[in-house]
Design a protein around this ligand. Structure first.
Ligand code: NAD
Ligand code: SER
Length: 317
Protein backbone atom coordinates (compact mmCIF):
# COMPACT_ATOMS: atom_id res chain seq x y z
CA UNK A 1 0.00 0.00 0.00
CA UNK A 2 1.30 3.49 -0.92
CA UNK A 3 1.97 5.91 1.95
CA UNK A 4 2.12 9.40 0.44
CA UNK A 5 3.77 12.61 1.66
CA UNK A 6 2.74 15.84 -0.10
CA UNK A 7 5.05 18.80 0.58
CA UNK A 8 3.62 22.23 -0.26
CA UNK A 9 0.15 20.74 0.29
CA UNK A 10 -1.45 24.08 1.19
CA UNK A 11 -0.68 25.74 -2.15
CA UNK A 12 -2.70 26.18 -5.35
CA UNK A 13 -1.94 22.69 -6.67
CA UNK A 14 -1.43 21.00 -3.29
CA UNK A 15 -4.92 21.86 -2.08
CA UNK A 16 -6.61 19.96 -4.92
CA UNK A 17 -3.98 17.25 -5.39
CA UNK A 18 -4.11 16.33 -1.69
CA UNK A 19 -7.90 16.11 -1.88
CA UNK A 20 -7.75 13.73 -4.89
CA UNK A 21 -4.95 11.58 -3.48
CA UNK A 22 -6.91 11.21 -0.22
CA UNK A 23 -9.95 10.08 -2.23
CA UNK A 24 -7.93 7.51 -4.16
CA UNK A 25 -5.57 6.21 -1.45
CA UNK A 26 -7.56 6.94 1.74
CA UNK A 27 -6.94 9.66 4.33
CA UNK A 28 -4.93 7.32 6.51
CA UNK A 29 -2.31 6.94 3.80
CA UNK A 30 -1.79 10.67 3.23
CA UNK A 31 0.52 13.04 5.12
CA UNK A 32 0.06 16.65 4.00
CA UNK A 33 2.92 19.02 4.86
CA UNK A 34 3.60 22.70 4.36
CA UNK A 35 5.48 25.58 5.95
CA UNK A 36 2.06 27.06 6.64
CA UNK A 37 -0.54 24.33 7.18
CA UNK A 38 -4.01 25.77 6.50
CA UNK A 39 -7.13 25.47 8.64
CA UNK A 40 -8.81 24.04 5.55
CA UNK A 41 -8.80 20.35 4.67
CA UNK A 42 -9.61 19.17 8.22
CA UNK A 43 -10.47 15.82 6.67
CA UNK A 44 -6.72 15.16 6.19
CA UNK A 45 -5.78 13.62 9.53
CA UNK A 46 -2.01 14.09 9.25
CA UNK A 47 -1.41 17.76 8.36
CA UNK A 48 2.05 18.74 9.57
CA UNK A 49 4.29 21.78 9.54
CA UNK A 50 7.46 21.06 7.56
CA UNK A 51 10.21 23.16 6.04
CA UNK A 52 11.45 21.17 3.03
CA UNK A 53 14.90 22.67 3.68
CA UNK A 54 15.05 20.85 7.05
CA UNK A 55 16.44 17.50 5.93
CA UNK A 56 16.33 15.97 9.42
CA UNK A 57 12.66 16.87 9.91
CA UNK A 58 11.90 15.46 6.46
CA UNK A 59 13.79 12.26 7.24
CA UNK A 60 12.00 11.85 10.58
CA UNK A 61 8.63 12.34 8.91
CA UNK A 62 9.38 9.73 6.24
CA UNK A 63 10.49 7.24 8.93
CA UNK A 64 7.65 7.99 11.34
CA UNK A 65 4.93 7.58 8.71
CA UNK A 66 6.63 4.84 6.65
CA UNK A 67 6.32 7.00 3.55
CA UNK A 68 6.69 5.28 0.16
CA UNK A 69 6.01 8.22 -2.22
CA UNK A 70 6.71 11.97 -2.04
CA UNK A 71 5.08 14.75 -4.07
CA UNK A 72 7.28 17.85 -3.61
CA UNK A 73 5.32 20.96 -4.57
CA UNK A 74 7.18 23.43 -2.32
CA UNK A 75 8.62 26.26 -4.41
CA UNK A 76 8.83 30.00 -4.95
CA UNK A 77 7.04 30.82 -8.21
CA UNK A 78 8.29 32.93 -11.11
CA UNK A 79 7.13 36.47 -10.28
CA UNK A 80 8.05 36.28 -6.57
CA UNK A 81 11.35 34.55 -7.34
CA UNK A 82 12.51 37.55 -9.39
CA UNK A 83 12.20 39.66 -6.20
CA UNK A 84 14.10 37.19 -3.97
CA UNK A 85 16.42 35.27 -6.33
CA UNK A 86 18.78 33.75 -3.75
CA UNK A 87 16.02 32.59 -1.41
CA UNK A 88 14.01 31.21 -4.35
CA UNK A 89 17.02 29.28 -5.66
CA UNK A 90 17.62 27.85 -2.17
CA UNK A 91 14.04 26.61 -1.70
CA UNK A 92 13.57 25.40 -5.28
CA UNK A 93 16.93 23.58 -5.52
CA UNK A 94 17.81 22.47 -2.01
CA UNK A 95 14.22 21.42 -1.30
CA UNK A 96 14.41 19.15 -4.35
CA UNK A 97 17.84 17.84 -3.31
CA UNK A 98 16.56 16.92 0.15
CA UNK A 99 13.64 15.01 -1.36
CA UNK A 100 15.81 13.19 -3.93
CA UNK A 101 18.37 12.28 -1.25
CA UNK A 102 15.70 10.97 1.13
CA UNK A 103 14.17 8.98 -1.77
CA UNK A 104 17.59 7.45 -2.48
CA UNK A 105 18.45 6.74 1.18
CA UNK A 106 15.08 5.15 1.99
CA UNK A 107 14.62 3.53 -1.42
CA UNK A 108 11.20 5.16 -1.85
CA UNK A 109 8.91 3.81 -4.55
CA UNK A 110 8.30 7.11 -6.36
CA UNK A 111 8.84 10.89 -6.30
CA UNK A 112 6.83 13.57 -8.11
CA UNK A 113 8.35 17.01 -8.68
CA UNK A 114 6.83 19.63 -10.99
CA UNK A 115 8.75 21.59 -13.57
CA UNK A 116 7.29 24.37 -15.70
CA UNK A 117 7.04 25.98 -19.14
CA UNK A 118 9.46 28.46 -17.50
CA UNK A 119 12.38 26.16 -18.47
CA UNK A 120 12.02 27.71 -21.94
CA UNK A 121 13.26 31.18 -22.88
CA UNK A 122 13.50 33.76 -25.66
CA UNK A 123 15.49 31.46 -27.98
CA UNK A 124 12.96 28.58 -27.76
CA UNK A 125 10.54 28.10 -30.70
CA UNK A 126 7.36 29.81 -29.46
CA UNK A 127 4.64 27.66 -31.01
CA UNK A 128 4.17 23.93 -30.54
CA UNK A 129 7.34 23.95 -28.45
CA UNK A 130 8.76 20.42 -28.69
CA UNK A 131 9.71 18.17 -25.78
CA UNK A 132 13.40 18.56 -26.64
CA UNK A 133 14.50 21.97 -27.84
CA UNK A 134 16.60 24.99 -26.91
CA UNK A 135 16.02 25.83 -23.23
CA UNK A 136 17.70 29.07 -22.14
CA UNK A 137 15.48 30.44 -19.34
CA UNK A 138 15.97 34.05 -18.27
CA UNK A 139 14.26 33.92 -14.84
CA UNK A 140 15.71 32.51 -11.62
CA UNK A 141 12.59 30.32 -11.41
CA UNK A 142 13.16 28.92 -14.92
CA UNK A 143 16.85 28.34 -14.21
CA UNK A 144 15.96 26.43 -11.03
CA UNK A 145 13.38 24.31 -12.89
CA UNK A 146 15.80 23.47 -15.71
CA UNK A 147 18.54 22.53 -13.22
CA UNK A 148 15.97 20.51 -11.23
CA UNK A 149 14.99 18.56 -14.35
CA UNK A 150 18.61 17.63 -14.96
CA UNK A 151 19.01 16.50 -11.33
CA UNK A 152 15.84 14.39 -11.54
CA UNK A 153 17.15 12.63 -14.62
CA UNK A 154 20.55 12.19 -12.92
CA UNK A 155 19.02 10.59 -9.80
CA UNK A 156 16.99 8.27 -11.99
CA UNK A 157 19.93 7.20 -14.16
CA UNK A 158 22.58 7.05 -11.43
CA UNK A 159 20.63 5.80 -8.40
CA UNK A 160 17.45 4.35 -9.92
CA UNK A 161 15.17 6.83 -8.11
CA UNK A 162 11.75 6.60 -9.81
CA UNK A 163 11.22 10.34 -10.15
CA UNK A 164 8.48 11.62 -12.45
CA UNK A 165 7.78 15.17 -13.57
CA UNK A 166 5.51 17.41 -15.63
CA UNK A 167 6.28 20.84 -17.09
CA UNK A 168 2.98 22.35 -16.00
CA UNK A 169 1.61 25.24 -18.04
CA UNK A 170 -0.20 28.05 -16.17
CA UNK A 171 -2.85 26.45 -13.96
CA UNK A 172 -6.31 27.91 -13.44
CA UNK A 173 -8.35 26.98 -10.37
CA UNK A 174 -11.12 28.17 -8.04
CA UNK A 175 -10.37 26.25 -4.81
CA UNK A 176 -7.06 27.91 -3.83
CA UNK A 177 -5.47 31.15 -4.98
CA UNK A 178 -2.24 31.06 -7.00
CA UNK A 179 1.00 31.83 -5.17
CA UNK A 180 3.05 34.50 -6.98
CA UNK A 181 3.39 33.26 -10.56
CA UNK A 182 3.38 35.11 -13.88
CA UNK A 183 0.21 33.26 -14.92
CA UNK A 184 -1.78 34.34 -11.82
CA UNK A 185 -3.72 36.90 -13.92
CA UNK A 186 -5.51 34.01 -15.65
CA UNK A 187 -7.06 33.10 -12.28
CA UNK A 188 -7.55 36.64 -10.96
CA UNK A 189 -9.54 37.66 -14.05
CA UNK A 190 -12.32 35.19 -13.11
CA UNK A 191 -12.51 36.44 -9.51
CA UNK A 192 -12.91 40.03 -10.74
CA UNK A 193 -15.57 39.04 -13.29
CA UNK A 194 -17.68 37.37 -10.61
CA UNK A 195 -17.18 40.37 -8.28
CA UNK A 196 -18.52 42.45 -11.24
CA UNK A 197 -15.49 44.74 -11.10
CA UNK A 198 -13.08 45.81 -13.85
CA UNK A 199 -9.86 43.80 -14.05
CA UNK A 200 -6.42 45.39 -14.41
CA UNK A 201 -4.15 42.94 -16.19
CA UNK A 202 -0.35 42.95 -15.74
CA UNK A 203 0.34 41.41 -19.17
CA UNK A 204 -0.79 42.68 -22.58
CA UNK A 205 -4.12 41.74 -24.17
CA UNK A 206 -2.51 39.50 -26.79
CA UNK A 207 0.15 37.80 -24.65
CA UNK A 208 -0.58 34.14 -25.22
CA UNK A 209 0.52 31.31 -22.91
CA UNK A 210 -0.19 27.59 -22.53
CA UNK A 211 -2.73 26.97 -19.74
CA UNK A 212 -4.69 24.15 -18.11
CA UNK A 213 -7.65 23.77 -15.77
CA UNK A 214 -6.60 22.43 -12.36
CA UNK A 215 -8.72 19.29 -12.45
CA UNK A 216 -6.89 18.25 -15.66
CA UNK A 217 -3.53 19.01 -14.02
CA UNK A 218 -4.35 16.94 -10.93
CA UNK A 219 -5.59 14.05 -13.06
CA UNK A 220 -2.45 14.23 -15.24
CA UNK A 221 -0.23 14.14 -12.15
CA UNK A 222 -1.91 11.07 -10.71
CA UNK A 223 -2.05 9.32 -14.11
CA UNK A 224 1.67 9.90 -14.62
CA UNK A 225 2.45 8.59 -11.13
CA UNK A 226 0.35 5.48 -11.75
CA UNK A 227 1.77 4.74 -15.23
CA UNK A 228 4.00 1.66 -15.56
CA UNK A 229 7.64 2.72 -15.15
CA UNK A 230 8.68 0.99 -18.37
CA UNK A 231 6.27 3.14 -20.44
CA UNK A 232 8.04 6.36 -19.47
CA UNK A 233 10.70 7.65 -21.86
CA UNK A 234 11.20 11.07 -20.25
CA UNK A 235 12.88 11.28 -16.83
CA UNK A 236 13.57 15.03 -16.94
CA UNK A 237 10.02 16.40 -17.28
CA UNK A 238 7.10 15.90 -19.67
CA UNK A 239 5.69 18.74 -21.80
CA UNK A 240 1.96 19.06 -21.07
CA UNK A 241 -0.79 21.43 -22.16
CA UNK A 242 -4.52 22.06 -22.22
CA UNK A 243 -5.03 25.13 -24.43
CA UNK A 244 -3.41 28.45 -25.32
CA UNK A 245 -4.82 31.60 -23.80
CA UNK A 246 -4.39 35.38 -23.99
CA UNK A 247 -6.11 37.74 -21.51
CA UNK A 248 -8.38 38.94 -24.33
CA UNK A 249 -9.41 35.32 -25.08
CA UNK A 250 -10.31 34.86 -21.40
CA UNK A 251 -12.24 38.17 -21.35
CA UNK A 252 -14.19 37.20 -24.49
CA UNK A 253 -15.05 33.84 -22.95
CA UNK A 254 -16.15 35.53 -19.68
CA UNK A 255 -18.33 38.05 -21.58
CA UNK A 256 -20.62 35.20 -22.67
CA UNK A 257 -21.77 35.34 -19.01
CA UNK A 258 -20.85 38.93 -18.01
CA UNK A 259 -21.30 41.04 -21.20
CA UNK A 260 -20.15 44.28 -19.50
CA UNK A 261 -16.91 42.85 -18.10
CA UNK A 262 -14.11 45.36 -18.55
CA UNK A 263 -10.34 44.70 -18.69
CA UNK A 264 -7.62 47.37 -18.52
CA UNK A 265 -4.02 46.65 -19.40
CA UNK A 266 -1.08 47.87 -17.31
CA UNK A 267 1.80 45.53 -18.22
CA UNK A 268 4.69 45.32 -15.72
CA UNK A 269 7.85 43.16 -15.41
CA UNK A 270 5.70 40.03 -15.65
CA UNK A 271 4.84 40.88 -19.28
CA UNK A 272 8.52 40.35 -20.16
CA UNK A 273 8.59 37.00 -18.34
CA UNK A 274 5.41 35.87 -20.13
CA UNK A 275 6.81 36.97 -23.50
CA UNK A 276 9.89 34.80 -22.94
CA UNK A 277 7.76 31.64 -22.56
CA UNK A 278 6.14 29.48 -25.27
CA UNK A 279 2.69 30.33 -26.62
CA UNK A 280 1.76 26.70 -27.21
CA UNK A 281 3.26 23.34 -26.30
CA UNK A 282 3.64 20.03 -28.14
CA UNK A 283 2.77 17.36 -25.56
CA UNK A 284 2.58 14.42 -27.98
CA UNK A 285 5.21 12.44 -26.02
CA UNK A 286 3.05 12.51 -22.85
CA UNK A 287 0.03 11.51 -24.94
CA UNK A 288 1.99 8.61 -26.44
CA UNK A 289 3.80 7.39 -23.28
CA UNK A 290 1.05 7.48 -20.65
CA UNK A 291 -2.11 8.28 -22.59
CA UNK A 292 -2.46 11.92 -21.53
CA UNK A 293 -5.61 13.62 -22.85
CA UNK A 294 -6.92 16.97 -21.64
CA UNK A 295 -10.63 17.31 -20.94
CA UNK A 296 -11.12 21.07 -20.50
CA UNK A 297 -10.94 23.67 -23.25
CA UNK A 298 -11.33 27.39 -22.54
CA UNK A 299 -15.13 27.60 -22.76
CA UNK A 300 -15.73 24.51 -20.64
CA UNK A 301 -13.30 25.78 -18.00
CA UNK A 302 -14.82 29.30 -18.01
CA UNK A 303 -18.27 27.84 -17.36
CA UNK A 304 -17.02 25.89 -14.33
CA UNK A 305 -14.86 28.74 -12.96
CA UNK A 306 -17.73 31.26 -13.11
CA UNK A 307 -20.28 28.82 -11.73
CA UNK A 308 -18.10 27.77 -8.77
CA UNK A 309 -16.87 31.27 -7.92
CA UNK A 310 -20.44 32.65 -8.09
CA UNK A 311 -21.63 29.87 -5.78
CA UNK A 312 -18.92 30.63 -3.21
CA UNK A 313 -19.77 34.36 -3.47
CA UNK A 314 -23.42 33.63 -2.73
CA UNK A 315 -22.44 31.32 0.15
CA UNK A 316 -20.11 33.89 1.69
CA UNK A 317 -22.73 36.68 1.70
P1 NAD B 1 1.98 27.71 -4.40
O1 NAD B 1 2.89 28.87 -4.19
O2 NAD B 1 0.53 27.93 -4.47
O3 NAD B 1 2.26 26.60 -3.30
C1 NAD B 1 3.54 26.28 -2.85
C2 NAD B 1 3.42 25.83 -1.42
O4 NAD B 1 4.73 25.51 -0.97
C3 NAD B 1 2.86 26.92 -0.49
O5 NAD B 1 1.76 26.44 0.23
C4 NAD B 1 4.03 27.25 0.43
O6 NAD B 1 3.63 27.55 1.76
C5 NAD B 1 4.84 25.96 0.37
N1 NAD B 1 6.25 26.17 0.68
C6 NAD B 1 7.05 27.18 0.29
N2 NAD B 1 8.28 27.04 0.82
C7 NAD B 1 8.25 25.91 1.55
C8 NAD B 1 9.20 25.22 2.35
N3 NAD B 1 10.45 25.71 2.49
N4 NAD B 1 8.84 24.08 2.95
C9 NAD B 1 7.58 23.59 2.83
N5 NAD B 1 6.62 24.21 2.11
C10 NAD B 1 6.95 25.34 1.47
O7 NAD B 1 2.50 26.98 -5.73
P2 NAD B 1 1.70 25.98 -6.67
O8 NAD B 1 1.12 26.79 -7.76
O9 NAD B 1 0.85 25.09 -5.89
O10 NAD B 1 2.93 25.20 -7.32
C11 NAD B 1 3.38 23.96 -6.83
C12 NAD B 1 4.51 23.49 -7.71
O11 NAD B 1 4.08 23.43 -9.08
C13 NAD B 1 5.74 24.41 -7.72
O12 NAD B 1 6.90 23.65 -7.86
C14 NAD B 1 5.53 25.24 -8.96
O13 NAD B 1 6.75 25.71 -9.47
C15 NAD B 1 4.92 24.22 -9.89
N6 NAD B 1 4.16 24.85 -10.98
C16 NAD B 1 3.01 25.52 -10.73
C17 NAD B 1 2.31 26.11 -11.79
C18 NAD B 1 1.03 26.87 -11.56
O14 NAD B 1 0.51 27.48 -12.51
N7 NAD B 1 0.47 26.87 -10.37
C19 NAD B 1 2.80 25.99 -13.09
C20 NAD B 1 4.00 25.33 -13.29
C21 NAD B 1 4.67 24.73 -12.25
N1 SER C 1 2.39 29.39 -13.28
C1 SER C 1 3.79 29.37 -13.04
C2 SER C 1 4.32 30.74 -12.83
O1 SER C 1 3.78 31.64 -13.43
C3 SER C 1 4.51 28.73 -14.21
O2 SER C 1 5.45 27.86 -13.72
O3 SER C 1 5.26 30.91 -12.11
Amino acid sequence: MSRILIIGAAGQIGTELTEQLALQYGNDNIVAADLNPPDKQPEIRDYVKLDVLDKKALTDLVKQHQITEIYNLAAVLSATAEQIPEKAWNINMNGLFNVLEVAREFDLDKVFWPSSIAVFGESTPKTDTPQQTVAEPSTVYGISKLAGERWCEFYHRKYGVDVRSIRYPGLISYKALPGGGTTDYAVDIYYKAVAEKPFTCFVNADTRLPMMFMSDAVRATIELMQAPANSLTVRSSYNLTGFSLSPEDAATSIRRHYPDFEVRYEPDYREQIARSWPQSIDDSIARRDWGWKHEYDLEKMTDVMLRELSASKVNSV
